[in-house]
Design a binder for this molecule. Structure first.
Ligand code: ASP
Length: 228
């Protein structure tokens, strides 16, 4: 985590873009086994790894996301490519993997995502609640950016997509308000439009980020979900 933070911070310190800081920071966490993203992604009930990620630029509300990818080593960079190189916001499944390959991103055999710890937790059918990674950054130019990357929930049905790649649910950034990256049970974040709701409450009700976030998280609990 320290390495990830230092990487992002040094980009910001040199006057770099928040978007670049977010992507670089998340890549470090994706390459670590310690987080439920990239290398350390959890398993679906079919014993596969299906990864989701998204990124958003608060200066122009551009965004990119990939869902259910299986062979791209760094899904956050695939999300960034969707944002930069297409007019779409989200690509999913095989098409998203193919796109990442065409963009010359590093591809891996699905076995790369096998880790003993995540395999054992699938076998125990324990729900791994922690480990999704997220990053928000504010650069010297006043631009906010947010990104999120995850393997989803352990034992999820294959094909299930959570909130992390959904702009407005798990990720949102707007220079006018805030940058948000969520973690928790994605189904509730989607139903509650959590990330966008925090930004909207700040904009429409003129509340601070802390108050807006608390309000939205309490709505999330009312729905029966939890997260942060
Ligand atoms: N929000 C993620 C999902 O539902 C999981 C997590 O944050 O742990 O896919």
């Amino acid at each position: 985590l320290e390495e990830a933070l230092n990487t992002g911070y040094s980009i910001l310190e040199k006057g770099g873009l928040s978007l670049d800081a977010v992507e670089a920071t998340i890549r470090i966490m994706e390459d670590s086994e310690l987080f439920n993203a990239g290398k350390g992604a959890v398993f679906t009930n079919a014993g596969t790894n299906e990864l989701d990620a998204s990124i958003m630029d608060g200066s122009n509300l551009k965004a990119g996301a990939v869902a259910g990818v299986k062979t791209v080593k760094n899904p956050i960079s695939a999300a960034r490519k969707v944002m930069d190189k297409t007019w779409h916001v989200m690509l999913s499944g095989d098409g998203a993997d193919l796109f990442a390959k065409e963009q010359n991103l590093e591809m891996v055999d699905p076995i790369y995502f096998y880790t003993q710890r995540r395999w054992d937790s699938l076998k125990k059918i324990q729900s791994e609640k922690h480990g999704t990674v997220g990053c928000v950054a504010l650069d010297k130019h006043g631009n906010l950016a947010a990104g999120t990357s995850t393997g989803g929930l352990t034992n999820k049905k294959w094909g299930r997509i959570g909130d992390s790649p959904i702009i407005g649910a798990g990720t949102y950034a707007n220079n006018k308000t805030c940058a948000v990256s969520g973690t928790g049970q994605g189904e509730y974040f989607i139903r509650g439009n959590v990330a966008y709701d925090i930004s909207a409450i700040m904009e429409y009700e003129n509340l601070s980020v802390g108050k807006a976030a608390r309000k939205v998280i309490s709505k999330l609990s009312d729905l029966g979900g939890e997260g942060g």
